[in-house]
Design a protein around this ligand. Structure first.
Ligand code: ZN
Length: 435
């Protein structure tokens, strides 16, 4: 065991213990008192159900994270990385083909191990609490489509990275950064038009009060929309969602049919206002910028790590190679990723608060969004008392109580400070926070 091995092992164990500590605290927090503003969300029977749901999910998470790490350590210390490497090398193909087969083998094994986890989560846990609408047929079709998509989309990118590192010398990391940035941006265009329709049906929303209300709001905040679509989310789950896709004038709003069923028009417009807030406050662009910066840092560090024989020795890999280096470096990144993800989650929660604020300001009140969020949370049996440490590690959105409290404050501010400002004016005047 060299320095690399010790550092990676410590990081993996630390990550697991932090996760388990958060789970344990979260389970204990289930017994604490419900925040005042949410006390009427559930009746006692349904509250017990919500707690049982949180317990079931947390316990399942504990089991899977322990098993995951045990499997990884087993593979590592049984010399699995070297064994696979030797087997693939024996085929005597070029560096790109060898690398692709090495990745395909690991990726396939990983996906096969995830299948029982996803099956249990869908057909046992989600089903027990009445959320599951996925048929076994849809489940298998999703798995097959996902694997095919990973091969079609991932293989060319990986091949490009392997080829560049094989040929381009010391500047390879720069070219790889460029290539993967192009890839990431391209995916934003291809995703909504080609990939999402593979998994769901998008139908234009029927003419009527809801569509008119949505388009009127979009016009008022000067958010150009090409169309409003209904997505058949109900074929997988009863849980609702809303999002928009595309850029500029070709932006489309997509509403899950489950959401339309659960909310009234005012609440739906408020939920959409929140989504539009993400675009108006430039969260989408910021997220993209961060992801691109992260890619650059990762490729630069990778180019340094590949020089170190210690990394390969740590995983008992006899012959250093680019493909093995990529995988091992991914594992070595664990502590960086853990720290980064805490920061990114905090940023995401800040963005969610800003999108809520945007919705409250542009719809004139936080009340419809509060009502929508409450209804969605009640439907999805959401946990009303998550532990702050659990929130810190895992929550991309602030807990419901925090959001309701903040929205209530903005509602008061709008009422007391009302000057009859129009929706668009509110947006423009608040549209340029120091960024
Ligand atoms: Zn959001």
């Amino acid at each position: 065991m060299n320095v690399w091995a010790v550092a990676i092992l410590v990081a993996l164990l630390l990550e697991l213990s932090l996760g388990l500590a958060a789970d344990w605290l979260n389970l204990r927090a289930l017994t604490s008192t419900v925040p005042a503003e949410l006390r009427d969300l559930y009746d006692p029977e349904r509250y017990r159900r919500a707690q049982a749901y949180a317990r079931a999910r947390t316990r399942f998470g504990i089991v899977t994270s322990v098993v995951d790490l045990a499997l990884l350590l087993g593979f590592w210390f049984a010399g699995g990385f070297d064994g696979l490497d030797q087997a693939v090398r024996a085929l005597e193909l070029g560096p790109v083909a060898t690398g692709l087969i090495f990745f395909a083998a690991l990726g396939l094994a990983h996906q096969l191990l995830r299948l029982p986890v996803r099956w249990w989560s869908t057909f046992v846990i989600e089903a027990r609490f009445g959320f599951n609408r996925t048929s076994p047929r849809t489940f298998w079709a999703d798995a097959a489509k996902g694997a095919l998509l990973a091969a079609l989309v991932g293989a060319p990118l990986l091949a490009a990275i392997l080829w560049i590192f094989d040929r381009a010398g010391s500047h390879a990391w720069l070219y790889c950064w460029g290539a993967s940035t192009l890839f990431l941006v391209g995916l934003q265009y291809v995703g909504p038009t080609w990939i999402m329709p593979l998994f769901n049906r998008f139908e234009p929303l029927a003419e009527g009060e809801l569509k008119e209300a949505i388009l009127a709001y979009a016009r008022a905040v000067r958010f150009p929309v090409e169309g409003v679509f209904l997505v058949d989310g109900s074929r997988r789950s009863t849980k609702g969602n809303a999002f928009f896709t595309g850029f500029g004038r070709s932006r489309r709003i997509a509403l899950f049919d489950t959401l339309v069923k659960q909310l009234g028009t005012r609440e739906l417009v408020a939920v959409l206002a929140h989504e539009i807030g993400h675009a108006k406050r430039r969260h989408v662009v910021q997220g993209m910028g961060l992801a691109i910066a992260e890619l650059g840092a990762v490729f630069f560090l990778l180019s340094l790590a590949l020089e170190s024989r210690g990394l390969f020795a740590a995983f008992f890999v006899a012959e250093p190679s680019l493909h093995a280096g990529l995988v091992l470096f991914g594992l070595a990144l664990t502590p960086v990723e853990l720290t980064l993800s805490i920061g990114l989650h905090a940023l995401s929660r800040k963005h969610e608060r800003e999108a809520d604020e945007f919705a409250a300001q542009t719809t004139g009140s936080g009340e419809p969004l509060v009502s929508g969020l409450r209804r969605l949370s009640a439907e999805s049996l959401s946990n009303l008392t998550p532990h702050p440490f659990y929130v810190l590690l895992h929550y991309s959105h602030p807990p419901l109580a925090d959001r309701v409290r903040a929205l209530a404050r903005w509602t008061e501010a709008t009422v007391t400070g009302a000057e009859g400002s129009t929706v668009a004016a509110t947006d423009e005047s608040r549209g340029a926070p120091a960024r």
